[in-house]
Design a protein around this ligand. Structure first.
Ligand code: HEC
Length: 83
């Protein structure tokens, strides 16, 4: 069996594929810089709740995210940790 697994180094993967591994990697990397990853993974929030949280991390607390990365993390969290 041939595994068609390309590891995205810079999150440049394009297209509407539903593979969440690059979102998960981005989330793990960015959201464990200041506190443990359990801080977000222990919670469930609505999409708006995650939007508020991620934007606060970015704009108030200083999490280094581009707009595009923030959107990807918001989508990832509301799909996997939504309520
Ligand atoms: C630059 C440091 C920093 C980074 C990076 C960071 N955080 Fe935070 N986070 C904080 C601080 C400081 C607090 C406590 C104050 C507050 O809630 O704003 C916090 C608190 C939290 C909380 C608990 C409060 C709540 O709203 O439920 C969650 C959840 C959270 N962060 C999620 C995230 C996510 C998701 C990311 C990645 C996008 C992230 N954090 C990245 C600094 C950071």
């Amino acid at each position: 069996m041939i595994a068609l697994l390309i590891i995205p180094f810079d999150g440049m993967a394009e297209g509407p594929d539903e593979d969440r591994s690059s979102e998960n990697a981005l989330f793990q990397q960015k959201c464990s810089l200041c506190h443990s990853i359990e801080r977000p993974t222990s919670k469930r929030k609505s999409e708006n709740g995650w939007r508020e949280t991620v934007m606060r991390m970015k704009n108030v607390n200083g999490c280094p995210l581009s707009e595009e990365e923030a959107e990807r993390i918001i989508r990832y969290l509301s799909d996997t940790r939504g309520k």
